[in-house]
Every structure is written in C-alpha cells, then in structure tokens.
Design a binder for this molecule. Structure first.
Ligand SMILES: [Zn+2]
Length: 593
C-alpha cells in the first residue's frame, strides 16, 4: 500500500539503521581501520574493494563504483522501491509509520489495480482448469510434444483457452466481472455482431507476471490455424509492451545468486531452460530488448548473456539488445547455438551441461560483431577483407584498454589472414591520423589525475569543516571544479550553507543526492583512503592545483579562439587575446606550491 512518508521519519530511520549490520547480513565484512571491507555484492571480484563506513553510514565499491547509504543499498540489492525500503526498515527497527490518509483518487487507483490483478488471477486459474479438463487434451499433447513435465507446467501457470466464443467471458461474468473490465484488460473483444467474445480462443496460454508475481497479462499460442501464431495481451492498465521481462519473478533469485541473467526470445525457450535447471533465464517477449527492460534488470545484475534464435531476425535482435545493454553498463556476451537451432530445441536435445559449455564460450560484444560483419562479406577476397576491417574500425576505436584492443587486432588478423600492422595503420587513419605521443599522453593523464584528486580533497575537507567554504569561494568557487559531479556537490554545499545548514556532513549530502552517478561519485571521494599529511597543507596545495588548472583551461580556450582568428585575420582582436594569454601565464607562474 502506498503511503506518504514524512521527511522526519526518513531522517529518523537513517540514524537508527546500522549500515554495517544491514550490509553485513549479505556481505562478509572485515574491520580495516575505521571502516569495513568485503567482496562487492554488485560485481564479481576476488579481492575486496567494497568499503562500508560505520562513521559516515555509507558504502562505496572502488571496483565498480556503486555507492550510497542504507536506503540505496536495499533498493538496489533487493529491487525495492524507496517506499518499500522505508517500510522494511521501519518494521525492522520497530518504528510505526503513521498512516497518512491516501487521497480519494489514490485510494480509487489502488483499489482498481487490486481488482484488475484479481481478475487476471481468475483468468489464469480458468485457463489452468481448462488445460486439466477433457477440452484440454490437444493442449496437453502440445506441451507433451515440447517435452514439458507437470512440474514446469504448474510453475509457469500454463493453461488452455478453449475453442469456444465466450467461455472465459461467461466464467468471469459469473464472478461479477463487468464487460468494461474484460475489455480494459484485453481478455475480451467486441464481435462484429457487437457481442463480447473471448480474445484468446483455442490457444495454449502463458500467463505473464510482473517481477513481484502479479499476473498482468497473457500470451497465447494458437493450436489451430488461428492467426497470429502468438498473440499477446494489448497494452492495458497493468501491462505495457516492453516494460516487463517474462519469468523475471521466477528467475530473480538465481539471477542475484549467480550474478548473471540469460536473455532469450520466447516463452518456450525460457520454460525449457528453467525445466533443465537454467533458472536465470528470462525473455524479452518477442520484441527486441527495450530501455525499460534493461533498467529493470539493473536491479538484479550487470552481467548478461544473450541467447536468441540463430536466424537473421534473432541476429538483428541480438545486436540491438547488445547495444542497449551496453549502454546501460552491462557486461554483454552472446551465445551462438550451433546448427541454426533454437535455444529451446538445443536445451531439450542436449541438456544443462552442454548449454553451460556454450555459455562459457559466449562471444564478447566485439567478437559477435566481427562474426556478424564477416558474414556480410566475402572474407576470401581482398575487397571483402578490407570491407570487414573498415566496418570494424569504429568498434576497435571504442575499445579503451590498449591490451584488449591489441588482443582484438590480433584476433582479426588471424581470422582474416591479414597483417596486424596493416590493421593498425587503418585504425590510425580512421582516428584522423592523430597519434598521441605516449610520453605526452602520460603527463596529460597524470595532470588530469592530480586535478581529480585535488577536487576530491577540497570537497572532502570542506565537508569535514564547512568553514573552509569562504576560502574556496574567494579562490574562484564553482568554476574551480572541472568535474561536473564535483561542481554539483560544491554548489549544493554552498546553497545549503546559505540556507543555514552549517552542520552539513558528507552523510547528509549522500542522503540528499538522488542521481545514481552523482551519489556514487560522492561516496567514492568520501571513502577514499585518508589523505596523508597535514589537512591544512593538503587543502592549500589542492586549491593551488585547481587554480592552475582553471587558468590552463582558460588559456586553452583562448588559444583555440586565436587559431580561428588567424584564418580570418582580425589582427587587433588577436593581439588582445595574446595579451590576455600572457597575463594568464604570468598569473600561473605565481601559483607554485
Ligand atoms: Zn563493485
């Protein structure tokens, strides 16, 4: 039930809940200095980079970057909404949540949703009943021919919609369900003679649940000549196409446990997988994976394996799915089923172990694209080879790790029997012929790292002693911070200070930060190793670094401007800019630590 929860309650809970106790129930934590460390529950690792601070009541993983407080931990780890998290913690710490009255509109909405779920539940039970009856013989034979056993039929709530015009309508009307409700839920439709008839007829039925196990819709596969072969519920108040994943309610436990999800295309693939013990499988329900579905999965894991049909449509869907998952930060790999078989057929023929072997050999994003691209060209001919390499250059350019990139260049060279040096040369040209000198790159990176460290140090010391705010403001304020997260933190601290919050802590700021990336950046700087040395000196040195960086950015901007002016030939304006640059250079000289 949705209730409005006041700010005070949330504050109170935040102070009562002990983050070490709550995280400690799911992660083995060891005391290390003032903090605790353990193996991160959000990504797979062998050495602990997950830090929990009892003092600040926050956590951060220095491996994958996840971070937050007790609320974000429970939301992310258990897939709870904020309200559910508050309710869970309140129950645990024996705090009564005052039941604020829901508005009449909210009450009506809640009652309607409950009613719709109940009607869908009745419909599922009706289809199950029909499957077991005399009428269900052909449907039982169909499930039998697909190798499904009684246990899995029960687990997936499978059923049968009889070959009659209005059997479901009659059954539900006897339970006082209104015509309008049947239409809204997509269970019935108007016939040409303007009577109400069942939407699903002579079909085997697959109930679709949301991730909490509420029946929200149905898929039906025809047993006769009915078209289309697969029919899904239309969008209804409970069901929206592309917003749910089939069998997630059954798979979510294993997905968390194994930290992996297997994405399949259809009902039968997932059911076959579960029957054979591959219970981390879900389906995107016919459509290609959507942003909403990827977001839903991030509650449970960031490791995904795509296992679609081996036909052209499956390949296109895999490719789109890969891009979407990649975009949402998933590690993605692709299983290719041999001999063009469907996953369903393969699992039934070869079983769990064979499938697991395929999963272990699943291709990386790059390898999969290489395989697909290779199919489009004649890789024996020279033009074909060049075509493949050209098509793969943007993918190669995206790979940041030099080691991984070298590995893929070797792989391409081997697969295409094409010299490595030539591929590298093509890549160099693709990147505009710009080769950054390694030495230059190294100093640039270490300069950027120093600037990053200085921004973090300033903000951390500022939160330890907010009276330092004035000094930062005098030195340039928000403009000192090149990193947008750092700038947001600074501006927030400034605004809260001005609003009279002079006792602001890092922990408070984490609680106020809703955006994931922003919060994770913040927990990262707050839980970094103690800054060695005298805090006052670190603060002054960091401030100098930021002032210098700011001047450097300003000079770079002016230089860019200048190079544009040189082509247009405005001499007086160019002189003016050069004077400013030399002034800035002089100012920079004075800022030596
Ligand atoms: Zn992690």
């Amino acid at each position: 039930m949705s209730k409005q929860i006041s700010e005070e309650i949330i504050e109170e809970l935040r102070h009562r809940a002990d983050i070490v106790e709550i995280i400690g129930e799911q992660v083995a934590l060891r005391k290390k200095g003032q903090n605790y460390t353990g193996l991160c529950p959000f990504h797979q690792e062998k050495t602990p980079s997950f830090v929990v601070s009892p003092g600040k009541q926050i956590y951060h993983c220095f491996g994958c970057g996840k971070g937050g407080n007790v609320f974000s931990f429970l939301m992310e780890r258990e897939g709870l909404t904020f309200h559910e998290t508050v309710e869970k913690l309140a129950a645990r710490y024996g705090m009564a949540l005052p039941e604020r009255e829901m508005s009449p509109a909210q009450q009506k909405q809640a009652a309607r949703t409950k009613r719709f779920r109940q009607i869908n539940q009745w419909a599922m039970e009706f289809f199950q009943h029909c499957l077991a009856s005399d009428e269900g013989e052909a449907a039982r034979a169909y499930f039998g021919s697909r190798g499904l056993d009684a246990d899995v039929i029960q687990r997936f709530g499978l059923g049968y919609a009889p070959d009659r015009w209005d059997s479901l309508c009659l059954d539900l009307k006897a339970k006082d369900v209104q015509d309008e409700e049947l239409l809204l839920l997509g269970l019935a439709q108007q016939s040409q003679r303007n009577t109400l008839i069942d939407k699903f007829r002579n079909r085997v039925m697959f109930p679709i649940w949301d991730d909490r196990g509420n029946v929200i819709g149905f898929g039906g596969r025809t047993l006769g000549d009915g078209q289309p072969k697969y029919l899904n519920s239309p969008d209804t108040p409970l069901f929206q196409k592309g917003h749910h994943l089939y069998a997630l309610n059954l798979a979510k436990g294993t997905i968390r446990q194994l930290d992996q999800v297997i994405l399949m295309e259809g009902y039968m693939d997932v059911i076959a997988a579960h029957q054979h013990g591959i219970t981390q499988a879900v389906a995107s329900l016919g459509t290609a994976l959507t942003d909403e579905q990827a977001k839903l999965l991030t509650r449970y894991t960031y490791q995904s394996v795509i296992c679609y049909d081996a036909d052209a449509a499956g390949e296109a869907a895999s490719m789109r799915g890969l891009e979407i998952l990649n975009h949402h930060g998933f590690q993605v790999r692709v299983i290719r089923i041999p001999d063009g078989k469907d996953p369903d057929d393969y699992i039934r023929a070869h079983g769990k172990e064979a499938f697991q072997k395929l999963a272990e050999k699943a291709l990386s994003l790059f390898e999969y694209k290489l395989v697909i691209t290779t199919q489009k060209f004649d890789r024996e001919s020279m033009t074909g080879k060049v075509g493949i390499i050209q098509a793969m250059l943007p993918e190669l350019a995206k790979i940041k790790s030099p080691v991984a990139r070298q590995g893929y260049i070797s792989l391409m060279s081997e697969r295409l029997s094409f010299p490595e040096a030539a591929i590298k040369e093509e890549l160099r040209r693709h990147q505009g012929g710009i080769i950054v000198k390694p030495a230059g790159a190294a100093t640039l990176q270490s300069g950027e790292r120093a600037e990053g460290r200085a921004q973090a140090a300033i903000l951390r010391l500022l939160l330890e002693d907010p009276s330092r705010l004035e000094i930062v403001e005098e030195a340039g304020g928000a403009e000192l911070f090149e990193n947008p997260h750092a700038q947001t933190v600074f501006v927030t601290v400034q605004a809260l200070w001005q609003a009279g919050h002079q006792n602001l802590t890092g922990e408070d700021l984490v609680a106020l930060t809703e955006a994931d990336a922003q919060r994770q950046w913040l927990t990262g700087i707050l839980l970094e190793e103690e800054i060695p040395g005298d805090p006052h000196k670190v603060f002054q040195d960091s401030l100098l670094t930021l002032k210098r960086s700011r001047i450097e950015r300003e000079i770079k901007k002016l230089m860019d401007h200048l190079s544009k002016l040189e082509t247009s030939g405005d001499a007086s304006r160019a002189n003016e800019i050069m004077t400013r640059i030399s002034g800035l250079n002089k100012e920079k000289q004075t800022l030596r630590p």
